[in-house]
Unconditional design. Sequence first.
Length: 171
Amino acid sequence: MTVQRGAVVLAVLAVLGTLLAGCGVGVRPTGVIDAGEPATGLTRGARLYFASGSGLRAVPLIDRDVSDLDAVMKLLSQGPSSAEQREGLTTLIQGVSGYAVTGDGPRVTVRLEGPYWAAERDQATGQLVCTLASFQSVREAEVRADDVEVTVRPGEGPTLGPLRCAEFLGG
């Protein structure tokens, strides 16, 4: 029995030695490593873009599965939650009625019954373009959000676009 007990003790010690070797024993700490600026641009996943004093900010849409682009317009016009509003977010897309949104591959078209009140390069248009690009890339997985072009066709006035979200993110 003594030989068996000795073998068991050696096996336990070998396992413990292996575990300790993997726990950082002998690893020297390093200083802070500068990795550069944080990532910018569009990220994967459904996001609503809201306006803020510092530009557009993406808010992930985690608790809902929305694949209809018309429903996305409705969510955008409803605006940010009260917690997001306390963080300084707002929507500039309000009071939009009479619209139809279609998407095919990297192209999205917003058709409005009435005039479009915002300029081509303002935050309201950026909210619209970036949000629709985000959702189109989720709807069609082979399409990157950076490649989506959004065109706004108002019932009155000139057509805007095609526009890409990168034009509004400043980076």
